[in-house]
Structure formats: C-alpha cells, structure tokens
Design a binder for this molecule. Structure first.
Ligand code: NAD
Ligand code: MG
Length: 398
C-alpha cells in the first residue's frame, strides 16, 4: 500500500519453476517488491535476462564458469548488479541486512544452508524447498523460533493447511485449537491408475509430464513415485508440530483442493484454487494481506467433480519409506532424501528404472546406522555417506 516501504526480496533458485513464478507475481506489483538478489546454478542466460528485467543488487551463480558467463552477458547493460559466486554468497544474499523477504526455491538439500541462513537472520522466509525440513527439521524449526523468523509455507499443500488452520494457530497446539486431523491431498501422479507391472518401463518423459502441475524435473519424478507426498508428510510434521498419525494422505486427482483441516466438531476446511503456484507465492508475499497473483478464478462448473481415494503404498512404496524414516528420526530422513536425490538423478540420466527408485532408497536406509541430527555438520556428513552408498549401488541389480 502507498507510503509503505518497498519490500526487498531475495530469490534463491530464481531460474527454476518456482523462481520464475515468483518473479511473475513480483512483476505485477512493482510498487511493493524490489528484487535485491537472484540466484541460479547453471543457467547463466536465464539469470542474465532476469537481471535485465529486475536489476537486482546481486546475482549469484554457484560455479565459477557460470558466473563468468553471467558477468559477460551483463557487461555494458548499465545495471547495478554485482555478480557473485559460491555457497557463501548464497548465504550472504539470504541473510543480508537490507533484505526483508527470502524465497527459498533451490531444489534439494543444496537449498538447506542458504534457507537456514535466512531463518537465522530472522527474515520473512517463503519456503518452497521442502528438502530443508526433511534433512534438518529440528535445527531448522529451532532457528525459526530463536530468531523470530516468519516462516510461510509455499508448498501448495502446506500453504493450504496454513490457510485452513485457525487464525493464530500455534505450532503443536492441534488439540487446543479444536483440530482433529490434517488431510494432506496428493494428485497421485501420472501413474495413479497404472498396474505395478508397467512401472518398470516408465520413461523420463512420462514421469516428468505431471497431469496438473508444471514443475522442475526432480519434483515431477518425486510426484510420480509419491516420494513428494512422503517428503511433504515430513514437512507437515515439522511445520505444524504434528505426528504422522495426525496426517491423513488423501489422493485427489483433480488437484483443486490443495489440502484440508478437519476439526473435532466435524467441520472440514479446505483451500481450493486452480493448480498454479502463483497463488501460494502471492499469499506468502502479502501475508497477512492479499494481492492479485495472475491466477485465473476457479471455474467450479468446468471442474464439475472432485474425486478422492486412498494412496496405494504397495505400488508406491516411497510414501511408506518416508513415514518410516521420520519415525526412526535422527539422520534417517536426511539419508532418505539424499538417497532419493541420487536415485532420481540416475533415473533422469537413464541409469535406473523408475521402479528401482524406492529399492535404492530402502537399501540405503537399511544399511546406514542413525548418526543423529545434532548439528548441520553431522547431517551433511550423513548426506554425503548416503549419496556415496546410493551411487555405489548403481546400476542396481535387483
Ligand atoms: P527447478 O529445478 O525448476 O529449479 C531449481 C532451482 O534451484 C534453479 O534455480 C536452479 O538453478 C537451482 N539449483 C539447482 N541445483 C542447485 C545447487 N546445487 N545449488 C544452488 N542452486 C541450485 O525446481 P522447482 O520445481 O522450482 O522446485 C524448487 C523447490 O521448490 C524444490 O524444493 C521443490 O520441491 C519445491 N516445490 C516446487 C513446486 C513447483 O511447482 N515447482 C511446488 C512445491 C514445492
Ligand atoms: Mg506440494
């Protein structure tokens, strides 16, 4: 609103699906948000074009050659943008004193350190990177609490739950708030109706073609194996301070209801909308107010019907593996995530069958002892061990 200070925004993972959607919303509200920093990994040309449009103070690439390429592309453009390189620079732009809001949209465990830096700096943190909470949930939530970080979930399900919980809900206070259960919806992915026997032959193209959402490749494969729902179950437990028994996964193929909260009096509150990440992104940017997002209004008559079914953990064991890893605690969820990242990358490279993804993860989980979750160092060491072990199993002989 007029007269208020412009919000300074850092987007970690600006070149990805969530990053691009965030910039789309920001571009609709140039009087409210100014881009302070954008970060990318390999796509120098994409980040360069974003810099030309948004003129950030900093642009960060993770590698030297990508950074040099970006600097060359920005040469002579008359921008204020300074190009930086490396993981320290990611943490710097996430915690800088001039930054108000950080969108954490790097994919995988690589996004943990800068997201944690933003939490420790007490920023308003828009969290898309669910892997942060899977790998280091306790450390992360402690940092949020100790530094008065305002943590807003961007994952559509968790954003829906956040919107459906009573106003002023305190973490872990489910019963006191009259809440009975969280109903976490899942689309079921592209192979929801497929026979188990067909899953071995799934191609990369099929796995990345999500029926309702357009997303990065890693999360698309996670959605197809249902590991995404497993990661989201863990994410919900940390975000809202609940146990897995208080979260029911419900398959809802239309992805119009984004999740629900069931109250003790029988009420069920759902958040609905077209499946477009600009809605939760706009919510996170403006909370507790609302701004337009560019998402078209939901056409209920065209939607016509909403279906629901139970998830099939026999065909999609990743959901079970994630729940088990969370129950074991310690380093297990971190190991689950690392093994999954390696298995998904191997599948995307054509080195692993789709149905072998859960096999790799289960073997790694069974072979590695719990080394605890006391510190970031301990967790990062567990992450490296799990990646090494998973890699050593490839190609997987079933
Ligand atoms: P994406 O692959 O499209 O983009 C990933 C971004 O991370 C890119 O900007 C890339 O440059 C950067 N990146 C990749 N590896 C990196 C590394 N090692 N170091 C630093 N940066 C790196 O992914 P996405 O679909 O935008 O997803 C981003 C995150 O948001 C994931 O954690 C995903 O689970 C979560 N999420 C995405 C969606 C969605 O609709 N896409 C929905 C909910 C949650
Ligand atoms: Mg989600």
């Amino acid at each position: 609103t007029a007269g208020e200070k412009m919000q300074q925004l850092t987007i970690l993972g600006a070149t990805g699906s969530i990053g691009v959607s965030t910039l789309d919303v920001v571009a609709q509200h140039p009087d409210q948000y100014q881009v302070f920093a954008l970060t990318g990994h390999t796509q120098s040309a994409v980040l360069a074009a974003q810099c030309v449009q948004f003129n950030p103070r900093y642009a960060v690439m993770t590698g030297e050659s990508a950074a040099a390429k970006l600097a060359a592309l920005l040469q002579g453009k008359g921008l204020r943008t300074e190009v930086l390189v490396g993981v320290e620079a990611l943490a710097m732009v996430a915690s800088h004193g001039d930054v108000d809001v950080v969108m954490a949209a790097i994919v995988g465990a690589a996004g943990l350190a800068p997201a944690l830096a933003a939490a420790e700096a007490g920023k308003r943190l828009l969290l898309a990177n669910k892997e942060s909470l899977v790998v280091a949930g306790q450390l992360f939530m402690d940092a949020v609490a100790q530094n008065s970080c305002v943590l807003l979930p961007i994952d559509s399900e968790h954003n829906a739950i956040f919107q459906s919980l009573p106003a002023g809900f305190r973490r872990g206070a489910l019963q006191n708030s009259g809440v009975d259960k969280i109903l976490l919806t899942a689309s079921g992915g592209p192979f929801r109706t497929w026979d188990k026997s067909r899953l071995a032959a799934v191609t990369v193209e099929q796995a990345c073609a999500h029926p309702n959402w357009s997303m990065g490749r890693k999360i698309s494969v996670d959605s197809a194996t249902l590991m995404n729902k497993g990661l989201e179950l863990i994410e919900a437990c940390w975000l809202f301070g609940v146990e897995p028994e208080q979260v029911d996964v419900v398959v809802h193929p239309q992805s119009v209801i984004h999740s629900m909260v069931q109250y003790v009096d029988g009420s069920v509150i759902a958040q609905m909308g077209n499946p477009d990440m600009r809605t939760p992104i706009a919510y996170g940017l403006a909370w507790p107010e609302r701004i337009s997002s560019g998402v078209s209004p939901l056409d209920l008559v065209a939607t016509a019907r909403l279906d629901f079914e139970s998830p099939d953990i026999e065909r999609f064991p990743c959901l079970r593996l994630a729940a088990e890893a969370y129950s074991r605690g310690g380093s297990s969820p971190c190991v689950l995530n690392a093994a999954n990242e390696v298995a998904v990358a191997a599948f995307l490279e054509g080195d692993l069958g789709f149905d072998q993804i859960p096999e790799v993860i289960e073997r790694v989980l069974n072979q590695l002892p719990d080394t605890g979750a006391e510190s970031l160092q301990v967790l990062l060491a567990a992450d490296v061990r799990a990646r090494d072990l998973a890699l050593s199993m490839l190609p997987l002989v079933s």
